[in-house]
Design a protein around this ligand. Structure first.
Ligand code: SF4
Length: 371
């Protein structure tokens, strides 16, 4: 396997350059391109063409390589299927929004959590991602933003939500971040330090790993926490999220309350609205009836939280159906009537398989079909 220069510290990069018989200043030039997320050596325009070819034969720039890039017709969403150095595949999504540019990154190749509505877990967990592999996803998105930006003269500082670079990060792609907590923490520290992305613009989304939430409390950074709730009772949640049998709702919400109280942050609650087809082919609501909305209201009463309602994004292999628009709005109305802050998550990139893990799964199936 070729070495990955992004993973080298300064001394290692200097030694690599010296071993190639190059002057020392080349290390600083290469480092600057790596910092910007250059996907290959061909992009390093201030290096001689022959050197770029030599480097290409010897090493790789980032620990990820773009296999596919899909631009949604919504003009705002770009999804990347990326290959890691060992051949595993992950996804990340760039979303251009009115409040800045947000990138949703994966924290694991696959997932062991087994949520019944999710494509990411269908192939099981392959492995944890390193902090560098998570960081490289942000740099891929950043490179894309700069490549497609029309105003090339804009040099406002890192972290400015209006400077055209990545301004927000959500760790909500494939994998459970709190099953890979130390690498995720390392990544967040680097994103804050190297890219200037503020703590409050970084969100960790968990299915409810209580020891992981406690580790975030101990770590002490005022990031955002999102809990994938998806059901208002242990009985219902246990049917679709096996993790609930280990960490029931009361324990998860108690740990989340502690986190949000410490940082005076609003807790994000993710709630996928699911239906199921009955034998007559009609959609019955699974967790999205008015009764469920009332139960959810009681569960969250008095909490400083925002509920993101997410109409289910179809995954062929999963036995669910999307609820009607009426059902979604009725659910939201009940929460609002009960004083719960709620919004319906706008569907993005439905034309490019925006359901988490869908692109990776489809690619694996195609590979399998070709065998
Ligand atoms: S929803 Fe998240 S935690 Fe659950 S299986 Fe999918 S990636 Fe894993």
């Amino acid at each position: 396997m070729k070495p990955i220069l992004f993973n080298f510290n300064d001394a290692e990069l200097a030694a690599f350059v010296t071993n190639m018989g190059l002057p020392k200043f080349r290390a600083a030039q290469i480092r600057e391109w790596l910092r910007r997320g250059a996907p290959d050596f061909g992009a390093m325009k201030n290096l001689p063409a022959e050197l770029r070819r030599d480097l290409d034969a010897t090493a790789r720039t980032l620990p990820v390589r773009i296999l596919r890039r899909l631009d949604s017709t919504d003009g705002e969403t770009t999804k990347f299927l990326l290959e890691l150095n060992d051949g595993e595949q992950i996804e990340c999504v760039l979303m251009r929004t009115t409040y800045g540019n947000s990138v949703c990154v994966s924290s694991q190749a696959g997932c062991a959590m087994g949520c019944k509505f999710c494509a990411s877990t269908l192939l099981g967990l392959k492995r944890n991602l390193s902090a560098s592999e998570i960081m490289a996803q942000v740099l891929v998105a950043q490179w894309e933003l700069r490549r497609t930006r029309t105003d090339k003269t804009d040099v406002r500082p890192n972290g400015d939500p209006n400077n055209g670079d990545v301004s927000h990060i959500v760790i909500m792609g494939t994998g459970e971040p709190l099953q890979n907590t130390e690498n995720v923490i390392d990544f967040i520290e680097r994103a804050n330090r190297d890219l200037g992305i503020g703590w409050r613009r970084i969100t960790v989304s968990t299915c409810g790993i209580v020891p992981g939430i406690r580790r975030l409390i101990e770590w002490g950074r005022p990031i955002n926490l999102a809990i994938s709730l998806h059901a208002p009772t242990d009985e219902l949640r246990g049917q679709i999220m096996p993790i609930n049998n280990k960490y029931p709702l009361a324990d998860v919400l108690a740990a989340a309350d502690e986190f949000t109280a410490l940082h005076n942050r609003q807790l994000m609650i993710e709630y996928i609205l699911l239906g199921r087809k009955n034998s007559d082919g009609e959609t019955e609501l699974f967790n999205a009836t008015p009764q469920h909305a009332e139960m959810l209201s009681r569960l969250l009463a008095g909490k400083n939280c925002m509920v993101n309602l997410i109409p289910w994004n179809a995954v062929d292999e999963r036995d669910f159906a999307s609820p009607s628009g009426n059902a979604v709005h009725r659910f939201q109305d009940i929460l609002i009537k009960n004083g719960i802050h709620t919004r319906i998550r706008r569907e993005r990139g439905t034309d490019i398989g925006s359901a988490c893990g869908q692109l990776r799964l489809n690619n694996a199936k195609n590979k399998g079909n070709k065998k």
